[in-house]
Design a protein around this ligand. Structure first.
Ligand code: PEP
Length: 251
């Protein structure tokens, strides 16, 4: 049985006090959500304060990025995965399409960040997904399988239970245009097959694959009915505690 994961990516929104206020508003609204893991990903500066205020709750904390380097050093502007762990994170998101698009992150970089996060003891949410152009050219599967193979290279069998894949078609992120449950299911099943070929059937069966792209309270239930959709990575609709809680409590 794969336990669903509902994760909120707050992107570059909210000051420290706004992040703490949203987290505290969310806490009672999801306190009974035992059917899934609940994760929020505030900005770096708010991680420690939010983690402190959520201690003992069922909400876990993710960072939205980490350095490729594993140890501290002269890498201006970077934050190492072990520092995120120290600040209270249990998860880190890597390879989000906004990082690939605006900060030119390649699969090679994603792979190094994944390895750094694993070495620090974090669970990694690795994002993959094709652009509209790639989908229209019939290349969606090739792009996604290349991202999975390149971004998750060098994993050992014991790393696999700390890997979560988020399928986020770029054309659905922040656009209000969601993949249909059938489109998402089709790609999730494909990702599971790629994972089975690269690792093992057992690893593929226990892999959690989240859908991301304009998930809202009114479309989460239909997405979650699909057999290979194990949760959601939510951007815009996670910024408000009530709407994110409605998504978490989709059942
Ligand atoms: C995201 O940023 O991961 C995302 C899916 O955003 P949105 O829900 O706003 O489309």
């Amino acid at each position: 049985m794969r336990k669903p994961v509902i994760a909120g990516n707050w992107k570059m929104f909210k000051t420290v006090s706004e992040s703490v206020a949203t987290a505290l508003a969310l806490k009672p609204l999801v306190a009974n959500a035992n059917h899934c893991e609940v994760i929020i990903a505030p900005v770096f500066t708010a991680l420690k304060s939010v983690a402190n205020r959520l201690e003992g709750s069922n909400i876990k904390i993710a960072a939205q990025n980490c350095a490729t380097e594993r140890s501290e050093g002269a890498f201006t502007g970077e934050v190492a995965a072990f520092m995120l762990k120290d600040a209270g994170c249990s998860h880190v998101i890597v390879g989000h399409s906004e990082r690939r698009q605006y900060y030119l992150e390649t699969d090679h970089i994603v792979s190094h960040k994944t390895q750094a996060g694993l070495a620090a003891g974090l669970t990694i949410i690795v994002c993959v997904g094709e652009t509209l152009e790639q989908r229209e050219q019939g290349k969606a599967r090739d792009v996604v399988s290349e991202q999975i193979v390149g971004g998750l290279s060098g994993l050992t069998a014991s790393d696999l239970d700390r890997i979560i894949v988020a399928y986020e078609p770029v054309w659905a992120i922040g656009t209000g245009r969601t993949a249909t449950p059938e489109q998402a299911q089709e790609m999730h099943a494909f990702i599971r097959r790629v994972f089975a070929e690269r690792h093992s059937q057992a690893a593929a069966e226990s892999l959690r694959i989240l859908y991301g792209g304009s998930v809202k309270p009114d479309n989460i239930a239909a997405l979650m009915k699909q057999s290979d959709i194990d949760g959601a990575l939510v951007g815009g609709a996670s910024l408000n505690a009530e709407s994110f809680a409605q998504i978490v409590n989709y059942k």
